[in-house]
Design a protein around this ligand. Structure first.
Ligand code: ADE
Length: 232
């Protein structure tokens, strides 16, 4: 069974968007994963297909009604559906490569995209939604965040990236940022490729790359560096 993604959104036309292109789109054509976008408004019950209402206690903006989202979730993911239910939200736990890897090993994901001041807390609790953030900034809605999560997951699925694009050396896979890469021409605007990379000495090249990764991580991501140096 391949990875199955179901998205609940007020903008189903945004999908697949970039997920239909390049290796991710080809992965879908090859059957490595599938994507359904469900229109939240289809689960509204009044003739205006209202999905939100004013916040209890007052304040700006609108809040997504719990009954409508619950109806959508129960239709898209019945009780025996084993996929995690994820709510894209700036309040969520930051997305990490470790969480991405775990999702890629599972059956898929049901992803709710918000577009409001918020979502009624009771449906988050009643349907056990896992809140996930893609970073400490606020988007206008969860759709782009859902695409970010899915792109990160799908590229790890078997058969999506070829051997030529393997994962072993890339940033985060070993807790460090990736070392700098070079290719022809030998001299670009007066800058030469580091001599060591053309030496043919694979042991020295590997050590140099590791040093570069460590220096880069120490300088630009002290948070990652601290975790890396604390590792047992
Ligand atoms: N929706 C709005 N901002 C978001 C963020 N930073 N991460 C995930 N979903 C969001």
């Amino acid at each position: 069974m391949s990875f199955r993604a179901s998205v609940i959104t007020l903008f189903p036309d945004l999908f697949p968007g970039p997920l239909g292109a390049s290796v991710i789109g080809r992965g879908m054509e090859k059957g490595a994963w599938s994507l359904e976008a469900h229109f939240l408004r289809d689960y509204a019950s009044d003739k205006h297909r209202t999905v939100d209402d004013t916040p209890s206690g007052g304040g700006a903006g609108m809040v997504l009604r719990p009954d409508i989202l619950a109806a959508a979730l129960d239709d898209v993911a019945p009780a025996d559906d084993r996929r995690p239910k994820i709510l894209m939200s700036p309040r969520g736990k930051p997305l990490t490569q470790a969480r991405v890897r775990a999702l890629a090993e599972g059956p898929g994901a049901v992803i709710v995209c918000g577009r409001f001041e918020g979502i009624d807390q009771r449906v988050i609790e009643a349907r056990n939604l896992e809140e996930v953030s893609i970073g400490d900034y606020v988007l206008a809605g969860g759709e782009v965040a859902a695409m970010v999560l899915l792109e990160a997951v799908v590229r790890l699925l078997p058969g999506v990236l070829g051997a030529a694009e393997s994962h072993a050396d890339e940033s985060f896979e070993n807790g460090l940022l990736e070392y700098p890469q070079y290719t022809r021409p030998q001299i670009f605007e007066g800058r030469e490729i580091p001599e060591i990379l053309t030496s043919g000495d694979h042991g020295r090249i590997e050590r140099w790359r590791r040093e570069q990764s460590e220096a880069l991580t120490r300088q630009t991501r002290p948070d990652l560096w601290a975790r890396y140096t604390q590792k047992p």
